[in-house]
Design a binder for this molecule. Structure first.
Ligand code: AHR
Length: 337
């Protein structure tokens, strides 16, 4: 009798132990998503899942950025769900909604344009999925809709471009006619680079922007816009293109018009991707402000912290430099992208 009672107690104790152990396992699975997250995509592993909504494949910069994100995810053991929005906001919104439905642990995206994100970001917040902005910002007043913003200071980039022109034009006595090829209309880099450049050149009244139009951050867009500028303006001294690809398109248009890029018309661009740096070292571009696409490692680090419920800085600014023709010649061979 005593023996049976003891056996029963031992059996009940082990049942309790099994129940406690399985509760722990369940908590551990759900807990992999950490505080403030949705609990993962249901794989039950500790691996975090990131939904990444990319802008598109509009430029050399973007290709390098996509590669950086994909390689860093692999290295960091992050399962990446990737979508390409083809430069369309509605596609990015669809992708984000699908990531919410799939209950990913974290969503990262580079917004095509600055405005119009509040509704979908609120949906992510309600689903308790943290959002990280990477590369480009949104103009939402409610900063609680995303955890952090990792990327360049685009106003500063525009300023650096303008400051170079101010210094380069010091000895000029006549008006310097500038044409500006803007990035995608409504995007943070287009808005901010325009603002920074204007701010820098306003100190010198002989520097005049005589035309400004969007080339959508593409080579073909840059070429088309430059062709129109050349047709409508007989006297262009400088092109300020918001990225390398637009500048490279402008070079094609300038050469087709029988002029010498870098000499007859000076060119300033932003990015410093391999093709841009090649044109800079060949003398076809005069100055490039760097915008680094290598955001992958920092993004994965931030994502892991955010998913674990750790605090992260609300803004992480990418470190960048500038390149003259001489500097480009020195670093071209080792340029990684
Ligand atoms: O948002 C970064 C910008 O987008 C890069 O300067 C440009 O090349 C890209 O398309």
């Amino acid at each position: 009798m005593y023996l049976r009672l003891r056996e029963e107690i031992v059996f009940k104790k082990s049942l309790l132990a099994v129940a406690a152990a399985s509760m722990l396992t369940l908590t551990a699975c759900g807990g992999s998503a950490g505080a403030g997250a949705a609990g993962g995509s249901g794989s039950g592993s500790d691996k975090i899942t990131m939904g990444f909504a990319q802008v598109g494949a509009e430029s050399g910069w973007r290709t390098a950025n996509t590669k950086s994100v994909q390689e860093s995810a692999k290295k960091a053991g992050v399962e990446l769900k990737f979508s390409d929005a083809q430069q369309k906001q509605e596609n990015q919104i669809k992708a984000i909604r699908s990531y919410i439905q799939q209950k990913v642990d974290v969503i990262a995206f580079s917004p095509v344009v600055e405005s119009g994100w509040d509704t979908v970001l609120k949906e992510a917040k309600n689903a308790k999925i943290p959002v990280i902005l990477t590369d480009r910002a949104v103009d939402s007043a409610d900063k609680s809709l995303y955890k952090t913003f990792l990327g360049s200071d685009f106003v500063e980039e525009g300023k650096k471009a303008g400051e170079w022109l101010v210094a380069d034009s010091k000895s000029a006595t006549d008006t310097v006619n500038i044409v500006e090829i803007q990035g995608t209309t409504g995007s943070a880099p287009a808005n901010d680079r325009k603002e920074g450049f204007a701010e820098a050149i306003k100190s010198d009244p002989k520097l005049k922007v005589i035309a400004s139009q969007s080339g959508d951050f593409t080579r073909s867009g840059g070429k088309q816009v430059m062709e129109a500028f050349l047709k409508n303006n007989a006297d262009i001294d400088v092109v300020f293109a918001h990225n390398d690809d637009e500048g490279l398109g402008a070079i094609e248009a300038i050469e087709a018009a029988g002029k010498v890029p870098g000499k007859d018309i000076k060119i300033i661009t932003i990015d410093a991707v391999k093709d841009g740096m090649t044109a800079l070292s060949n003398g076809k571009i005069n100055f490039i402000v760097e915008c680094s696409p290598m955001l992958g490692d920092q993004l994965m680090e931030l994502a892991k912290k955010v998913v674990a419920g750790e605090s992260v800085p609300e803004r992480v600014v990418t470190e960048e430099t500038t390149f003259t023709q001489e500097q480009a010649k020195q670093v071209l061979a080792t340029r990684p992208y």
